[in-house]
Design a protein. Structure first.
Length: 130
């Protein structure tokens, strides 16, 4: 952070929160930022949320919630081209939310419920308000 920007922030900090020493308060806030940057739960939650933060992928996950499905079923459900669906399936598979396998000439996918639930639990724990 540039020196001028840091100085400006320190000057305004005690105006928005009662503090006696803007320098110490700033240093404490900087430490909070560093700790959050290295929080592995936030990193894995970010990966999870990026994967599910797309309507097509949410639709796929919902369709797989009750039943394993082949790509052609997902094409019919989403009314999208196979290439588009394959892209979304790769993204979901990359983060471990689904698993695909060949059955004859078709590829089927299933939702990995435990992995999905694990991420939801992490999200809930991180943002539960008491």
């Amino acid at each position: 952070m540039k020196i001028e920007r840091k100085k400006k922030i320190k000057e305004t900090l005690c105006g928005c929160d009662d503090c006696s020493n803007g320098d110490i308060y700033f240093d404490n806030l900087q430490q909070i930022g560093k700790d959050l940057n290295f929080d592995q739960n936030l990193t894995s939650l970010s990966i999870f949320l990026n994967a599910v933060g797309n309507k097509e992928r949410l639709t796929i996950l919902t369709a797989l919630k009750d039943k394993e499905r082949c790509v052609c079923e997902l094409e019919a459900i989403l009314d999208k081209a196979q290439s588009s669906i394959s892209h979304h399936l790769r993204e979901l598979e990359k983060v471990g939310l689904i698993r695909g396998w060949k059955k004859g000439k078709y590829t089927y996918y299933t939702l990995l419920e435990k992995e999905f639930e694990k991420n939801l639990l992490k999200l809930n724990q991180k943002f539960s308000f008491k």
